[in-house]
Ligand binder design. Structure first.
Ligand SMILES: CC(C)(COP(=O)(O)OP(=O)(O)OC[C@H]1O[C@@H](n2cnc3c(N)ncnc32)[C@H](O)[C@@H]1OP(=O)(O)O)[C@@H](O)C(=O)NCCC(=O)NCCS
Length: 151
């Protein structure tokens, strides 16, 4: 990360007043309509979690990134207490400056503080740049396989 931006950003827990900025950033990243209903549900879910697992990056007052984690129960037989990175996004004007990596590092610190020993995520098999991002952050290939069936 360049020194200039690194010194100017703040990574902090998500607050309710971030809602509109988050919806807008999400719609820019997805190149789609603003998903107010989706984010309302997500915000309700985040409130049930530890507040330090939903983080945003702020630069000069502007929300430019987000990362949301969770700690799972026994879903799919995965042991309780496993951390998950669920969603992450960085404003296109700020990408490739190490902001996602910084947010991942901060989320890992929060997981460690909460006693989490292993963190999982899911990525698309063809999303090479996202694979690269996670490998550069110390993730390895896991031992689970996703199965699916068309209906
Ligand atoms: C994926 C995303 C969050 C990465 O954010 P970012 O701040 O640009 O990532 P970083 O700058 O921290 O990248 C760290 C490393 O990841 C890899 N990487 C990240 N984006 C990449 C890209 N577009 N192409 C190739 N490698 C990439 C590189 O190894 C990079 O290190 P380098 O720049 O020194 O080569 C951002 O591109 C994004 O918001 N994409 C749209 C939403 C999305 O796909 N989210 C992830 C799934 S939830």
């Amino acid at each position: 990360m360049s020194d200039s931006i690194s010194n100017e950003i703040e990574i902090r827990p998500l607050r309710s007043e971030d809602f509109d900025s988050l919806v807008q950033l999400d719609s820019v990243l997805l190149k789609s309509e603003e998903r107010y209903a989706y984010w309302e549900k997500k915000f309700a879910a985040f409130r049930l979690r530890h507040p330090n697992l939903s983080l945003v990056t702020i630069h000069q007052g502007k929300l430019i990134g987000y990362i949301m984690g969770n700690i799972s129960g026994w879903e799919f037989g995965i042991p309780a207490g496993t951390g998950w990175i669920e969603i992450m996004g960085v404003d296109p004007d700020y990408q490739r400056q190490g902001i996602a990596r910084r947010m991942m590092d901060e989320l890992m610190n929060q997981f460690r503080t909460l006693g989490v020993k292993t963190v999982y995520t899911m990525i698309g098999a063809k999303d090479e740049h996202i694979r690269k991002l996670f490998l550069s952050a110390g993730f390895n290939e896991g031992s689970w396989t996703q199965l699916e069936r068309d209906l």
